[in-house]
Design a protein around this ligand. Structure first.
Ligand SMILES: [Zn+2]
Length: 420
């Protein structure tokens, strides 16, 4: 894409309301724009990163046998009354009425909708186990929305629900999902800790959170210094030694980037979701649910991958593969010409290129913008580089520039990308 044509430009100053680093950098880089507190527009660069995250998640979900569905945002009150959550859920529901005065909510989660749906389709043990996921917009009526994409009122979420003939089958699949989640975070460039957590208003006998350690995080966790035991603050109040190995514990800050729940039969009982086993007996269906907020994951990646100039994207999530920019001198046309040729050449080679083709901008501005945007590979065409026999090739966040002949550039980029 040509940067001169791209909607959403960099900002010299972060927005006044920005409290977290990810909010600052995402706004400054031209990725997001705040409408009101906790409600954001994603600009074209932001959409590209979110799509890459969605693709990684989708691949891993399909990889563990889940099928994709798309469930409605508008949910009738009658479903929520069956589980008693219409009043009780925290944060409270966004409630609305249709023109016939019927109450509906904007879904913050989909246990009610999916259990109701499953109840109409599942009747025999032959249909189990089953797992369904969606990537869909959720609404949370937060008391206080701040921190950019870390705490919002409207966001895209991946939610997976699984249905099992027995507790043991649920246990087994829960471990499979846990491993898939670790792969998702790893592919997004995040290191996470798996932490025992409480079920809150979702419920569940056993639940785990995935926490990315960060000084700025608002979640507090307690970790063993000797083994891998860890729990969040609600589960571990007052614990001074590890319950598993009796080692010393420490308190750390982090950001929750995923939460998984063994729901048991709470929802299936409320919706009369049962199946007939191979002996013809009626049995309750066991359920699990598993969530990842995409915007929060995106913001957490920025919290983990940046320097004092802006974002440094992991190659798997970068909105483009290459940031190409030209530094033309007044009165000459060669640099611009080579830049345009390169743009076509790299695009034809199947690489995703952001080409800063602006003629009127200074070299300093273009380089600053490239730092803010954070694409990991940068190619600069200038008179100096052409004189030295090619174009300047560098990695975002690394020191050192290499001059690469134009003819060898596509190959060079591929080699570097394999290492990243
Ligand atoms: Zn321990």
């Amino acid at each position: 894409v040509l940067y001169s044509q791209l909607f959403g430009k960099t900002l010299r100053q972060p927005p006044k309301e920005a409290e977290t680093l990810s909010h600052k950098y995402l706004a400054q880089g031209g990725y997001i724009d705040q409408l009101v507190a906790g409600v954001y527009s994603l600009l074209p660069l932001g959409v590209r990163v979110q799509s890459k995250i969605a693709n990684i998640i989708r691949e891993e979900m399909v990889g563990i046998g889940a099928q994709e569905v798309y469930l409605p945002t508008l949910q009738p009150k009658s479903l929520w009354e069956k589980t008693g959550r219409w009043e009780k859920i925290d944060p409270p529901l966004f409630v609305t009425k249709d023109r016939h005065e019927k109450e509906l909510c904007l879904g913050p989660t989909h246990e009610e909708v999916i259990t109701d749906l499953a109840q109409r389709f599942i009747s025999s043990y032959r249909e189990l186990p089953l797992s369904l996921f969606q990537i869909q917009t959720k609404f949370r009526n937060e008391m206080r929305s701040s921190g950019g994409l870390l705490r919002v009122r409207e966001f895209l979420m991946k939610d997976l629900y699984s249905f099992h003939p027995s507790e043991r089958d649920l246990e087994k699949y829960y471990q499979v999902v846990l491993a898939a989640y670790q792969k998702i975070y790893q592919r997004c460039g995040l290191t996470v800790k798996i932490v025992s957590a409480s079920g809150g208003t979702i419920g569940g006998k056993e639940t785990h959170e995935f926490i990315c350690l960060a000084e700025t995080g608002e979640d507090t966790i307690v970790c063993c210094q000797e083994c891998d035991w860890a729990a969040n603050r609600e589960v571990a109040p007052g614990i001074t030694i590890c319950p598993r190995c009796r080692g010393r514990v420490k308190v750390l800050k982090g950001i929750e980037v995923g939460h998984i729940f063994k729901l048991g039969t709470r929802y299936s009982e409320a919706f009369d979701l049962t199946y007939t086993d191979s002996q013809g007996r009626e049995q309750p269906v066991w359920m699990g649910c598993y969530g990842i907020g995409l915007g929060r994951l995106l913001a957490t990646v920025v919290e983990a991958h940046h320097d004092d100039k802006g974002i440094v994207w992991p190659s798997s999530l970068s909105p483009y593969t290459i940031h190409l920019l030209t530094i033309p001198q007044k009165g000459e046309t060669k640099v611009t010409e080579v830049g345009r040729e390169l743009y076509t050449l790299l695009a034809d080679a199947g690489l995703e290129v952001l080409f800063d083709d602006r003629e009127e901008m200074s070299a300093g501005t273009k380089l600053k913008d490239a730092d803010l945007i954070g694409i990991p590979v940068r190619v600069v065409v200038s008179q100096k580089s052409l004189f030295a026999g090619g174009v300047e090739f560098s990695r975002r966040g690394a020191v050192g520039v290499e001059v690469v002949p134009v003819a060898k550039l596509a190959k060079k980029i591929r080699e570097v990308y394999i290492q990243l």
